[in-house]
Design a protein around this ligand. Structure first.
Ligand code: NAD
Ligand code: UDP
Length: 363
């Protein structure tokens, strides 16, 4: 299949592009590089021995997206000008015209705290960007989308494990609402026009890295998420992990999450590509098991042989006690399930961080 991947240079995007190429799909990558490095896709090319035509563009630019999707001359081709810039490496190689069968849509802003401070930027980028992309897809006649949603749409769940039929809650921040709004837009679109095929993938907590250690998670600034923070403590970039609350109603008092290896998550997208009926469907991508912060730290210490200094800090506003998936639907309908355990997640997170203490750096 020929697939357009937005946000392709980012953490989950780069891992998914790699899996797509290895499965024999053709990929065109789009990213505005606002939160990622071009280097990630160069490494994907090196790992797979295949080229990834790259278009530096913003999904909010509807005409640029339309040009990429239709291969309109003068915009997305090798002579691209204006809003669409192709990387020198792939210039001339190909952004082959048209014929896309699906869009896997990762592009978005994802920092929860930042979304509270800059709600307009989040709604404009995530919601506005998705609408522009959908319009361009419609105009180009490409009506299959796989969307990166999040378990955050469940809010504070009424029970765990969480099935897709659980009510969506009230996310505690604009980021979560942007995901919920996009889900609704996609549901409405699929209901209005049966030509659309939409997969809403609700990710639990993606962690780890490709086992090669060549690509991984490279957050800008202080990591918001647990595993990148632990990794940076282990590699000497941070002093200690702050554990955000040890008084939750969980076995050891710390928050419990469903960590999922990013390679398993990436493969979930390949599984979803094969599913078209009904024309809008939600799947949880999680393991079905929850681990506490202390359990995650212990697994990382085991994988790395490093002691991780921790200090207990106040709860982080908006955090919930426990969240893990019921992943049965994805297993039954997509034939997909997570294969990597927590030890493998931490081993690969450490392998990546050790090989790339400063992430992709200034490449
Ligand atoms: P990431 O920040 O590494 O990747 C997102 C990519 O999108 C980046 O490369 C960024 O430069 C690009 N981007 C952002 N806005 C853009 C725009 N307007 N035009 C073009 N490119 C743009 O994040 P990730 O962890 O790979 O997440 C991918 C998707 O999955 C996001 O939509 C995120 O909200 C969602 N998600 C992530 C997690 C997680 O914990 N990582 C959990 C649930 C859902
Ligand atoms: N957490 C923590 N210290 C950190 C980052 C996270 O104790 O520096 C905790 C957080 O409170 C939650 C778990 O680790 O219980 C996972 O947090 P993360 O931000 O990775 O994911 P999310 O909150 O989005 O599920």
């Amino acid at each position: 299949m020929k697939i357009l991947v937005t946000g392709a240079a980012g953490y989950i995007g780069s891992h998914t592009v790699l899996e797509l190429l290895e499965a024999g799909h053709d990929v065109v990558a789009v990213d505005n590089l606002c939160n990622s490095s071009r280097e990630s896709l160069r490494r994907v090319e090196a790992l797979t021995g295949r080229s990834v035509p790259f278009v530096e563009a913003d999904i909010r630019d509807e005409s640029a997206m339309r040009a990429v999707l239709t291969g309109a001359p003068g915009r997305a081709g090798p002579d691209a000008a204006g809003d669409v810039a192709e990387s020198p490496e792939s210039a001339g190689a190909t952004v082959p015209a048209g014929d896309f069968e699906a869009v896997i849509h990762f592009a978005g802003l994802k920092a929860v705290g930042e979304s509270t401070e800059q709600p307009l930027a989040y709604y404009e980028n995530n919601v506005g960007g998705t609408i522009a992309l959908l319009r361009a897809m419609d105009a180009a006649g490409v009506r299959r989308m796989i969307f990166s949603s999040s378990a955050t749409v469940y809010g504070d769940p009424v029970a765990v494990p969480i099935p897709e039929t659980a009510p969506v809650g009230s996310p505690s921040n604009p980021y979560g609402y942007s995901k919920l709004m996009i889900e609704q837009i996609l549901r409405d679109l699929a209901a209005a026009d049966p030509r659309w095929s939409v997969a809403l993938l609700r990710y639990f907590n993606p962690v780890g890295a490709h086992p090669s250690g060549r690509i991984g998670e490279d957050p800008r600034g202080i990591p918001n998420n647990l595993v990148p923070f632990i990794s940076q403590v282990a590699v000497g970039r941070r002093e200690a992990l702050s554990v955000f609350g040890d008084d939750y109603p969980t076995p050891d008092g710390t928050g419990v999450r469903d960590y999922i290896h990013v390679v398993d998550l990436a493969r979930g997208h390949l599984a979803a590509l094969g599913h078209t009926k009904p024309n809008c469907r939600i799947w949880n991508l999680g393991t079905g098991r929850g681990y506490s912060v202390y359990e995650a730290v212990a697994a990382f210490e085991k994988a790395s042989g490093q002691k991780i200094p921790v200090r207990v800090a106040p709860r982080r506003p908006g955090d919930i006690a426990t969240c893990y998936a019921d992943p049965t639907r994805a297993r039954d309908e997509l034939g997909w399930q997570a294969e990597h355990d927590l030890d493998a997640m931490m081993r690969d997170a450490w392998n990546w961080q050790q090989q790339n203490p400063d992430g992709y750096g200034e490449q």
